[in-house]
Design a protein around this ligand. Structure first.
Ligand code: PLP
Length: 401
């Protein structure tokens, strides 16, 4: 036994943990024995493996998921004043990459079950905005919409590893000729009606920060079937060097968003273990579902029928209305159980409020989820004992809060 509930001994349960073996360590060490630490064979192999996982032509490895999203915004031709439809219930990077290009995020509220972008609402918004009449106003932020933008793209997010509604999202993108960029940073390996997340749009992005399902330390990858996007993204990632440019020729304004060889080697091994890693996470999730079943004050995550494969990223419960979440977080932490509100809505971050005039009440479903969601410790290496401990402590805390 690592600990005992009855002795009330405080334990430190990690919020998340990577799942690494000697194979990852050996792969990184092998790179360190060579002179190629960047732009080498490990990166190409990792990119090919990522593309083949999703069943598309190209993978482009980058320095983070955020960098990947930003490059897709550039590939979609999103510019100053353009509009991009997205969700306020996500990690802040989803919105920020638009702001990097001075574009205006058009936030659409989410589906209360999955927390994913409400695709039917997005369909209505896209039609109203393209139509350009007075109905378009309803979807615009109070400030900073310029009044003369152009709707260019739609960026759904596969929240917590559950795919968005790609049937409807693809229809919207086709109808209005919009770029569809999948923020699948939380959903590598997930499937919507049997098809892989990352394969529905013009491009999809996966992220590899240490709390994600697979990790490279820092890193991300863009997967796409589009030759033109892959070429542009490769150039922008590498300081704007187009094919044929020398080291000091820069056709475009680019970035250094490259992934290094050590990260790619580590990611390559992690990718070969993806099924195992996702299976271990699914087991932990089902242990939680069992341990939390019927617990007063708590709702557990719900999978939609379209989610033919869930890629568990985090385990986020919802506390009943009226439960004092801040107090629950504090009491849990006293017992060695970390937890976090997740997500904190993007539109309520200070600089979004200031720049676009968003305020409380603008997106009620997102705000309700934002107030009630609690991410509890989760990883593929959590033991049944640890899950039991977290559930036991949570039960006690809720009974006394
Ligand atoms: C993790 C994440 C990102 C960004 O990934 P980084 O690698 O941390 O830059 C973007 N979007 C979502 C939804 C994420 O969860």
């Amino acid at each position: 036994m690592e600990f005992d509930l009855s002795t009330n001994r405080k334990l430190d349960i990690p919020m998340s943990a990577p799942d690494l073996t000697d194979e990852e360590r050996a792969a990184v060490m092998e790179v360190l024995g060579t002179n190629r630490l960047s732009m080498g064979p490990q990166t190409s192999a990792f990119e090919a493996a990522a593309a083949s996982l999703v069943g598309v032509k190209h993978g482009v490895a980058v320095s983070s998921g955020t960098a990947g999203l930003h490059l897709c915004i550039r590939a979609a031709g999103v510019q100053d004043g353009d509009w991009v439809i997205t969700t306020p219930f996500s990690f802040v990077a989803t919105g920020n990459v638009m702001l990097y290009e001075r574009a205006v995020p058009i936030f659409i509220d989410v589906d209360p079950v999955s927390g994913n972008l409400d695709a039917e609402l997005a369909k209505k918004a896209a039609a109203d905005i393209i139509d350009g009449g007075s109905a378009a106003e309803r979807w615009m932020p109070r400030k900073g919409s310029h009044g003369e933008g152009k709707l260019k793209a739609i960026i759904p997010v596969d929240v917590f590893g559950q795919p968005a509604n790609y049937d409807v999202l693809q229809e919207i993108a086709e109808t209005h000729d919009l770029a569809l960029i999948e923020d699948s940073c939380e959903a590598i390996g997930a499937e919507f009606n049997g098809q892989k997340a990352g394969s529905f749009g013009d491009a999809g992005i996966f992220a590899f920060y240490p709390n994600k399902q697979i990790t490279t330390g820092e890193g991300g990858v863009i997967v796409t079937d589009r030759d033109d996007w892959a070429e542009k993204i490769r150039a922008l990632r590498n300081q704007g060097r187009a094919p044929g440019d020398t080291w000091l020729d820069h056709t475009y304004l680019g970035y250094n968003y490259r992934m290094d060889e050590m990260s790619a080697a580590m990611g390559g091994v992690q990718l070969t273990r993806l099924d195992e890693l996702l299976e271990k996470r699914a087991i932990v999730a089902s242990l939680y579902a069992e341990g939390l079943k019927g617990m007063a004050g708590v709702e557990t995550p719900v999978l939609l029928p379209s989610t033919s494969r869930m890629s568990w990223f985090v385990y986020v419960i919802r506390l009943d209305q009226g439960v004092d979440r801040a107090r629950v977080i504090h009491r849990l932490s006293e017992r060695g159980v970390p937890s976090r509100p997740y997500f904190s809505p993007i539109h309520l971050q200070p600089f979004y409020r200031e720049q676009f005039g968003y305020r409380e009440g603008d997106f009620p479903v997102t705000e309700d989820l934002g107030k009630r969601s609690l991410s509890i410790p989760f990883s593929g290496v959590m033991t049944p004992n640890q899950v039991e401990y977290v559930c036991g402590v949570l039960r006690e805390v809720l009974a006394n809060t």
